[in-house]
Write a protein that binds this ligand. Structure first.
Ligand code: SR1
Ligand code: MG
Length: 403
């Protein structure tokens, strides 16, 4: 047992060498710090001789993206390892295996997924993932249904809600997604070229009403155990395999938040491929591919969640009351659309951006992508309480893009 301190690569190797069932005694291990997220240290440890490797993820006591002035609980490492273990039971093969967790060092050792790519990067490079909608809809249906009051013992659920109280990480979301983009906050971070868009957000009362309602639900509705930060940077992927990582924001919240998060990030990818993209056919093909994937994702989720409910539902009245199931699924769709919109807006005006748009080299093209993303995001937020079909989300994206 060691007192907490951020590990260096030599220390990471020393700890890895204690994993005698992974690495041969005396192995000459190599270590690389590969963390490119906003919060943690991530070491890739490998043994070139045996070809074996692991990932060691250590929480820092502050938000790396800002620095030591933003302290952050180390308990998020516990939340993350417990969520990964839970998700691994409910959605086998769709998360990395956890080998061990050290509470003192806030350190989780897990399966190395270096044969996969981060989905955000894969999409930037034009990658196509034919099984993604199938895989992620299974992940969402399994993890969300079986941690909800529909699919698990309702007394046990209350104990799990307690285990996953995650106030500091939730506060980040409450501020960065559901507050700061709608006021002149210090954390906001946007290109001067779109200041008019930012100021319009700060003055759009009807939009702020919708965001306040979505925020209220995020604050109060313990519907199921969420991943909590399910963007394309939290997914490792190949054409055959999908692995969801990084559930440190896990808590019991509204189901639509997770589904909306992944759809939002597919739509920022959509917005990044505009008429500035000189290969028009490739651009249109990729955009269609993304929209088909979004429709498939929701449709498959809806079918799988309803099927689990039929087979494993634990709530008598929810099953018996005429119309309840359809009403519930409609509310999930509407939440999904509203949260997707909120998560797009924060990626353009708020603190943390997305590489598919931020890395567009031409400033005018980048500005157009940002404006398109904001148009989609705002429209989805305003659609959230009236939508009746995923087709309305697809149509919103197409209309905003003029296609
Ligand atoms: C201070 S953390 C900024 C963002 O990074 C994480 O991935 C979450 O999305 C969070 O909002
Ligand atoms: Mg993360």
């Amino acid at each position: 047992m060691s007192a907490y301190h951020p590990l260096n690569e030599t220390e990471a190797i020393a700890i890895a060498l204690t994993l005698t069932d992974v690495f041969p005694a005396g192995a000459a291990l190599a270590s690389r710090e590969i963390g490119d997220g906003n919060l943690n240290l991530v070491f890739h440890i490998s043994d070139p001789a045996s070809g074996r490797s692991i990932i060691m993820k250590q929480a820092l006591p502050y938000a790396k993206v800002v620095g030591e002035s933003w302290p952050l609980t180390l308990d998020r490492a516990r939340i993350e390892s417990e969520a990964l273990i839970q998700e691994g039971k409910l959605a086998p093969g769709l998360v990395p295996k956890v080998y061990s967790y050290d509470a003192d060092l806030a350190l989780t050792i897990m399966e190395d997924l270096s044969d996969h790519v981060i989905m955000r990067r894969g999409l930037i490079e034009g990658g196509k993932y034919p099984l993604f909608a199938e895989h992620i809809s299974t992940f969402l249906a399994q993890t969300l249904f079986f941690t909800s009051d529909l699919g698990m013992n309702q007394q046990d659920k209350k104990n799990r809600v307690r285990d996953f109280i995650n106030p500091e990480l939730c506060k980040i979301t409450e501020d960065l997604i559901f507050d700061h983009p709608y006021t002149d906050a210090d954390t906001n971070n946007f290109d001067e070229a779109i200041r008019d868009e930012a100021e319009a957000l700060w003055n759009d009362g009807p939009l702020q009403l919708e965001v306040a309602l979505l925020r209220e639900k995020f604050l109060t509705q313990a519907q199921a155990l969420l991943h909590g930060d399910l963007h394309t940077g939290s997914i490792f992927i190949t054409p055959d395999s999908t692995k969801v990582i990084d559930p440190e924001f896990a808590y019991f919240g509204p189901i639509g938040f997770d589904i909306g998060a992944i759809i939002a990030n597919l739509l920022t990818s959509f917005a990044s491929r505009g008429h500035w993209d000189t290969n028009e056919a490739a651009r249109d093909d990729f955009r269609s591919y993304l929209l088909v994937m979004i429709r498939d994702l929701w449709t498959k989720f809806d079918i799988k969640f309803r099927a689990l409910w039929e087979q494993h539902g634990v709530d008598r009245l929810a099953a018996a009351a005429p119309g309840y199931k359809d009403d519930y699924m409609l509310r999930l769709l509407r939440d999904t659309i509203g949260y997707a919109g909120s998560k797009i807006v924060r990626r353009i005006v708020g603190l943390a951006h997305v590489a598919e748009i931020g890395s567009i080299p031409d400033a005018a093209a980048r500005e157009q992508a940002q404006r398109l993303a904001l148009a989609i995001g705002k429209s989805l937020i305003k659609l959230n309480r009236s939508a009746t079909s995923i087709d309305e989300l697809i149509h919103t994206a197409q209309t905003a893009a003029g296609s």
